[in-house]
Design a binder for this molecule. Structure first.
Ligand code: NOJ
Length: 730
């Protein structure tokens, strides 16, 4: 409808109806008719709240969505439709690789395509908004939600966050087949202390400004229609009630004009944080800070009216928030078509169509970490596929609630589809017998017993002895990462380590395939295998893509979006650390170095690392001039050569270091990258254009600046490259 018509509708709303728009309820609450007992009563919800609410969380199914919407509109005094929101994170029923894996492709355009495809599928199932992308910078693999991030690098994080927003929202939100995006979690949620879920965030203003805000800035820049607050505190204030963070920074400095939704029950949680005395003060703090909609909580519906009546908050704040909700509904075209083309058959067709993309995408995200002796790609040798992931279909990450395991392609199916003969056995339980991982709705309970574990191990040893090569398919259980998935020791589960050692005793030709939602600690694992392919959680077509890569039909092309620590004591670890006044303890000798006495300071695998099936060499990096000034640019060039025997692809990465600045700058920072594909023996010159923009950083005043002086450039195949040259900016 026109803005004028929307304004007229808004003006006709009562206070209760306006406040109703600020409430989001879980589908379960919304559907129920009994508000006298059970969870609704415990939360303090009343039937009238459901009748006037603005949005529903986790309602799925095109037919169900249409029925609920039709019923709701009919009974609403002004026939205002509901906004239907849900976490569509890496695909929907057809699951794509987890976001951390997607970032390993170094192809934001891939993520844009995946998000557009997920939006087509999920909107056909009735949804309007997805709580994605998660734009939190994440450098601590103890934190379970690194799986949902784009990793540790601000440039990569910004590029992937913006691409996701563009993918979901398309060119015109009013068109069906799109979803409104919600960048999250503002702010700093990716840096919980010691990787402990929901823990406080303690970041310096410099790191916060120039690194941790990058993803959110990118979401806003790409037009994300919603943003979500974070559970954590920043500077001792819960993000969901922080005026400096939300009203001053997010709305003021960063210019966000869309709808700001709290994270799940985060407004009420301010009481537990010790920041709000009660629901009333929590509601006041959140609204004053600028939160428009409360996700599953009753602080707003129960308290806002009284707060206005008592003069504690101005009516204007409620009006602004309710207006933003109506505006989003209008921009989504809900007043014209509240179903936005939801259709069960269309949904099925989209889910099916998305499987092709899921297979292509998965293969772009695998990272080859080791290939000693060139065991990969596999040839005609007799291979035994052993491990709990050899035949598993649970290849989707923790956020894929609707992925249908029955439709997922396992490694076994992928291998058999290629017509390869191989033996398969489970070898070990995923977790210790009886272990339980609490889930979102259902827990994972390890059903193997100690007896069956022993039998599985015996079978595995027999199969390994009879094979020329063993492909061990191991990893984390999918619920070990994701929200609430922090781990103090992110290692391979004990029964799987036992399996690895037992197999290694009888057959050293081990190709290890690792599934995980995070970088695992691999120091003990690495010497036990000859090849190591990290496949994260690859989604519905994971097994097909893994088989293609294993047998060389495709090459592993992923590059790490997070450093892999050598020891948990290094966490959080980032290649972007600042130099200290002392040398780094690369090898722990001597005293008074920066680092540890019992572990090198270097990661086990650096950010940007990943091998190919061929070998690559990079010539010296040269600059076309010694210096450049504002408005000019400089060109850095180096030659890359495929020195192996296969056609191959690699990612040449450019890092810069601002040698001396008014604020200490990182040892190096990723600034650009190029994908290069060459025939065996071929070489090509790759050039990077360096502009002033690349030299800029956010100063303590929040303003971008580039400072004159010396810069060092590095170009190579990972963040540890020593291929360098210098230039000056004047
Ligand atoms: C809590 C999570 O932190 C957030 O990312 C998610 O979108 C909501 N729950 C809704 O599921």
């Amino acid at each position: 409808m026109t803005e004028q018509a929307l304004r007229a509708l808004f003006d006709a709303l009562s206070q209760e109806e306006k406040i109703g728009q600020l409430l989001q309820l879980e589908a379960g609450f919304f559907a129920q008719s009994d508000f006298q007992t059970g969870p609704a009563a415990a939360l303090g919800l009343q039937a009238q709240d459901a009748a006037l609410c603005g949005s529903v969380l986790n309602l799925r199914g095109a037919e169900e969505a249409k029925a609920v919407q039709a019923r709701f509109i009919r009974q609403h005094p002004h026939h205002i439709p509901l906004l239907l929101m849900l976490d569509v994170i890496n695909g929907y029923e057809t699951a794509f690789p987890i976001p951390l894996a997607q970032a390993c492709s170094f192809r934001p355009e891939l993520t844009q395509a995946l998000c557009a495809a997920a939006a087509r599928e999920a909107s056909a199932d009735g949804l309007h908004v997805t709580f994605s992308p998660m734009a939190d910078l994440a450098a601590d693999c103890r934190w379970g939600r690194v799986m949902e991030s784009s990793g540790e690098d601000p440039l990569l994080c910004a590029a992937f966050s913006a691409a996701a927003v563009r993918g979901y929202q398309g060119d015109d939100l009013a068109h069906g087949g799109t979803l409104a995006a919600c960048g999250k979690h503002f702010a700093g949620y990716g840096a919980p202390l010691a990787g402990s879920e929901y823990a406080q965030v303690e970041l310096s203003p410099a790191a916060f400004q120039s690194d941790y805000l990058s993803g959110y800035r990118a979401c806003i820049g790409a037009g994300s229609r919603l943003m979500m607050t974070a559970f954590n505190t920043v500077d001792g204030i819960p993000a969901s009630g922080s005026k400096p963070l939300l009203r001053d920074l997010l709305r003021g400095q960063l210019g966000f004009e869309g709808l700001l939704i709290s994270d799940y029950s985060a407004i009420a949680e301010m009481i537990r944080h010790g920041y709000a005395e009660d629901r009333r003060s929590a509601a006041r703090l959140a609204l004053e800070a600028g939160v428009d909609m409360e996700m599953v909580g009753v602080c707003y519906v129960r308290e806002l009216d009284a707060l206005v009546r008592s003069g504690e908050i101005p009516q204007r704040l409620i009006d602004e928030a309710a207006w933003r909700v109506l505006k989003l509904k209008n921009d989504l075209g809900l007043f014209e078509d509240p179903y936005r083309g939801a259709d069960a058959e269309k949904f099925r067709a989209c889910a099916l169509e998305n499987r092709t993309l899921a297979a292509q995408a998965a293969a772009e995200t695998f990272v080859l970490l080791k290939n000693d002796g060139g065991l990969l790609p596999l040839g005609a040798q007799k291979a035994a596929f052993i491990g709990p992931y050899a035949e598993s279909r649970a290849l989707h990450g923790a956020w894929s609630f609707f992925c249908r395991e029955a439709d997922t392609v396992s490694i076994r199916q992928g291998v058999e589809a290629l017509g390869k003969a191989a033996a398969f056995c489970k070898g070990a339980p995923l977790l210790a017998p009886g272990a339980i991982i609490p889930g979102f709705s259902a827990d994972y309970v390890e059903s193997e017993t100690e007896e069956t574990q022993a039998t599985l191990l015996r079978e595995a040893v027999r199969a390994a002895s009879a094979a020329e090569t063993v492909v061990l398919c191991l990893g984390e259980q999918r619920l070990q990462s994701g929200e609430g998935g922090s781990r103090a020791e992110p290692v391979l589960p004990a029964p799987q380590m036992q399996l690895l050692r037992a197999v290694r005793d009888v057959n050293p030709n081990i190709v290890l395939i690792l599934f995980a939602g995070r970088p695992l600690l691999l120091r003990d694992v690495l010497p036990l295998c000859k090849s190591l392919l990290y496949v994260w959680f690859p989604g519905s077509m994971g097994g097909a893509a893994i088989a293609e890569v294993l047998y060389g039909e495709k090459e592993p092309v992923g590059r790490l979006s997070m450093s892999f620590p050598a020891s948990v004591g290094q966490c959080p670890i980032s290649y972007r650390a600042l130099n200290t006044g002392r040398p780094e303890a690369l090898v722990p000798t001597g005293r008074f170095h920066n680092g540890y006495q019992d572990c090198p300071s270097a990661p086990l695998f650096p950010f940007g690392f990943g091998l190919s099936y061929s070998a690559w060499q990079c010539g010296p990096l040269t600059a076309d001039r010694a210096a450049f000034a504002s408005g000019e640019h400089l060109v850095l060039t180096c030659t890359v050569r495929n020195i192996g025997r296969r056609k191959s692809s690699t990612v040449l990465q450019l890092y810069l270091q601002d040698v001396c600045a008014s604020v200490c700058r990182p040892r190096r920072e990723l600034k650009d990258w190029h994908h290069v594909t060459l025939a065996p023996g071929a070489e090509t010159a790759v050039s990077f254009e360096v502009t002033e923009r690349m030299l800029q950083f956010y100063g303590p005043d929040g303003a971008l600046r580039a400072e004159a002086g010396e810069f060092r450039a590095y170009a190579g195949f990972d963040s540890g490259t020593q291929n360098a040259c210098a230039f000056y900016f004047q």
